[in-house]
Design a protein around this ligand. Structure first.
Ligand SMILES: [Mg+2]
Length: 321
């Protein structure tokens, strides 16, 4: 096992960032010194991924590195923020060099793809867990919160749903080919940063789909008030999902599976065409799946409570507060 300093030097010290990275002092001192863009808000979020809880401990190391960063970046996407910096708190037992090399390669590749600079971190011994803090920037008036949705707004999602749950099911069934479309979505989720920025001034509210569509829509309603009517038949299902799980389970995976890391947005109907135009430039579909309503609760989804809906009274599932 290498010492902490040796590990940091070998695997986690990026090439000195250029001035555009906004890092006055990076990995290696007591603190990093960052140079945020004047006039922007800093968007900051942290997520911890624990082996055996958030991902299979035997997952490919490259995927573990990628995923740990992706789930944090997805929160920046949901704020309409541009990713700038990240910090990693890594806990692990002795690992072979090949594992560390692949882990850091997965992490770095996503840093590079998203313009994120690793600006510091910490390594400790213990069961594998990766805490990643991300920082992004957003114009004050463009920050997308969960609280701006209004009755009548369309509810729409980027990309396709159910791939997270479908991929996990594939893994549990023994699938190990990372080129498998569902497994790829589970192991290498793509945070929708460019989409978040493109939609920031069009959407009224947004959340990323980490806990499952119903739970995350619940977060929107909690903050925006009112309710929603969904059209479950409109949900865009991930490629291969119905073939893998059958129609009923595919639908459930899309409604409550989690780990999809798509964006759910609310927006006035007259902005839909423009939003779709912007996402088409990113080769990403935007699918309308329902509307916000004055009436509180969730409407249009039979069995919603069983599928994780637990936020509101007045829904059609007959539950209490
Ligand atoms: Mg989130």
């Amino acid at each position: 096992m290498h010492s902490e300093f040796d590990l940091i030097a070998r695997y986690f010290t990026p090439a000195p960032p250029g001035p555009e990275a906004g890092v006055a002092l990076g990995v290696g001192d007591d603190c990093a010194l960052l140079a945020p863009t004047p006039g922007r808000r800093l968007a900051v979020s942290v997520d911890t991924s624990v082996a055996g809880v958030h991902f299979p401990a035997e997952a490919p190391a490259e995927a573990i590195g990628h995923r740990a960063l992706a789930v944090s970046l997805s929160d920046l996407a949901a704020m309409g923020a541009r990713a700038r910096w990240c910090f990693m708190a890594l806990t692990l037992q002795a690992r072979p060099d090949a594992w560390l090399e692949a882990f850091s390669r997965g992490f770095k590749a996503l840093c590079d793809a998203t313009g994120t600079t690793l600006a510091g971190g910490d390594i400790t011994r213990g069961e594998l867990a990766i805490g990643v803090t991300v920082m992004g920037e957003v114009a004050p008036e463009a920050a997308l919160t969960r609280g701006g949705g209004r009755p009548g707004d369309l509810v729409a999602v980027t990309g396709a749903l159910g791939g997270g749950a479908g991929g996990l099911a594939a893994w549990q069934a023994g699938e190990r080919d990372v080129g498998h479309p569902l497994l790829a979505r589970y192991l290498f989720p793509r945070p929708r940063l460019a989409a978040g920025e493109a939609l920031a001034r069009l959407a009224t509210a947004a959340v990323d789909l980490s806990d499952g569509l119903l739970a995350d829509l619940g977060h929107i309603l909690e903050h925006s008030g009112g309710g929603a009517r969904l059209e479950p038949e409109a949900l865009p299902l991930a490629e291969g999902l119905v073939e893998a799980l059958g129609e009923a389970r595919a639908q459930e995976a899309a409604l409550s599976g989690g780990d999809d890391y798509e964006l759910l947005i609310c927006l006035p109907a007259e902005r839909l065409d423009e939003a779709r135009r912007r996402l088409a430039a990113l080769a990403l579909p935007l699918t309308v799946i329902g509307r916000l309503t004055e009436a509180p609760g969730l409407h249009g989804v039979p069995g919603a409570r069983r599928l994780g809906w637990q936020h509101f009274r007045g829904d059609e599932t007959g539950g209490r507060p």
